[in-house]
Design a protein around this ligand. Sequence first.
Ligand SMILES: *Cc1c(COP(=O)(O)O)cnc(C)c1O
Length: 370
Amino acid sequence: MSVPEIPISQVRIGDGAERLVLEVLRSGHLVQGPMVARLEEAFKEACGTRHAVAVNSGTTAIVAALTALDLGPGDEVITSPFTFAATLNAILEVGATARFVDIDARDYTIDPTALEAAVSERTKAIIPVHLYGQPAAMDDILRIGAKHRVHIVEDAAQALGARVGDRAVGSFGVGCFSLYATKNVTTGEGGVVTTDDDEVADRIRLLRNQGMRARYEYVTPGHNWRLTDLQAAIGIPQMEALASISDARRRNADLLDAGLCDIPGIQVPWRAPGRTHVFHQYTILVHPQTGLSRDELAARLSDEGIATGIYYPRLVHDYECYRDRADVEVDVTPHATRAASQVLSLPVHPGIDADHIERVTQVVRQIVRQ
Ligand SMILES: *Cc1c(COP(=O)(O)O)cnc(C)c1O
């Protein structure tokens, strides 16, 4: 396979990260230490929360959040079926039951009406997924959460820096972020939990370090969920540049919108009023009206050296390993089902410029015209 001319994501590590990583290497202190603390400070600032606790992946962040909230067998967690496997796996890992409700057809995040209809006595938490960098409908979700006294755990893996009004994602309950290589800010692997809840933050700090309060003073059975200073050093300069990273993605999205919005059958991303999208992905819908399937369009773009992504080709629970499980409950989700067959993500990352975008939009136009 040749490398596409225009990739779907690109890791960009600057001089600042190189210097900090070298500093860590020379210090001899490679494990969790002052760099992790600095990264956590940056997350507190970005999210406006009292606490940020770094862990070793976004998946761990969700597991840690659910564990700290005492979720387990018999507890139901409602989420979107249009998400990455980590959301579901984290629910199953703590022994809770996953329940899936439909998404909103326009923003691809959990539909508050479907959510409200599904909440029951057994529901202990809701996990909205801020998909593609667009915040879920948090005003409605907060109202539903408060009314039914259920926890809000945000899967904000794709949405660092996104806001609802003035409020950053990750500040609505317990926020879970990923620092995986393709995410808007990366440390290779890594994750962060953000919260205003002192107790939740304290429990996660304990759990990530074998349940140890002071050296060899174990207060709970724990894990090794620690991030390393080497990893944190990679992320710190990106956190300092977060506003410009998000602006670059939004600018690219604006250019893509302008070049694609009048192509019949191509639906550009919806930007929900009052919510600030950070365009982790720029995702179009390919309607049958184009005369092409989504997969055909993806193949034709690939032939032209333009990489695309399909997030996600199937609903998260639609795999043999999740079928017929008592801890996976599935509602009818027509919007999510349709999205899975029609979404296509185009390159939007800060590694591409206006010329690349011009080429992407021209090629899409040509293919759809033929
Ligand atoms: C990336 C991602 C995760 C998990 O993050 P990892 O760091 O890969 O464990 C969880 N949820 C969503 C929606 C993601 O995109």
